[in-house]
Write a protein that binds this ligand. Structure first.
Ligand SMILES: [Zn+2]
Length: 149
């Protein structure tokens, strides 16, 4: 099957022949046929194997960049226990092949950031209480001094 398919490129319109082969899932290949050939580089039996390998590598790279499937798992970074459970679940999902390393790395990074932020926030809260306690003691001291006079 060879068809002339117009390809609009902005103002200019150009035509190219589509590959006459079928893809692995049985649909017509949409890749442009090679110059003067009936098939694309991937399907042309006369194509140089090194060229074909290079194209396959390029397509593999594009597959890696493709939209990721959602992973059905709950994320809980509201407590250290929740974060630990989330990372535990992420590790299990990675081993089961349902979660890619890129997203599991992102989860690990985010968990570390959240826990650090919580630790900083907890420290500020404790410091605030200590400052308030010292301030209260100071006022109490002055009140006692006033009464003694
Ligand atoms: Zn093809």
């Amino acid at each position: 099957m060879t068809a002339e398919t117009p390809l609009s490129t902005g103002e200019r319109s150009t035509t190219y022949k589509v590959c006459g082969s079928l893809t692995a899932d049985g649909r017509p290949c949409a890749a442009p046929a090679r110059e003067g050939r009936a098939f694309c580089l991937f399907h042309d039996p006369a194509a140089d194997s090194r060229e074909t390998i290079a194209l396959a590598r390029k397509r593999g790279g594009q597959a890696a960049m493709a939209k990721l499937e959602p992973v059905n798992m709950t994320v809980d970074f509201t407590s250290a226990e929740g974060a630990a459970a989330t990372l535990q679940r992420a590790a299990e999902e990675v081993l089961a092949g349902r979660l890619d390393s890129r997203r599991s790395n992102a989860l690990g990074y985010l968990a570390a950031q959240v826990l650090r932020a919580r630790a900083d926030w907890g420290m500020e809260e404790r410091l605030g209480k200590i400052e308030q306690a010292l301030s209260d003691l100071g006022e109490e001291g002055r009140d006692n001094a006033d009464r003694e006079e």
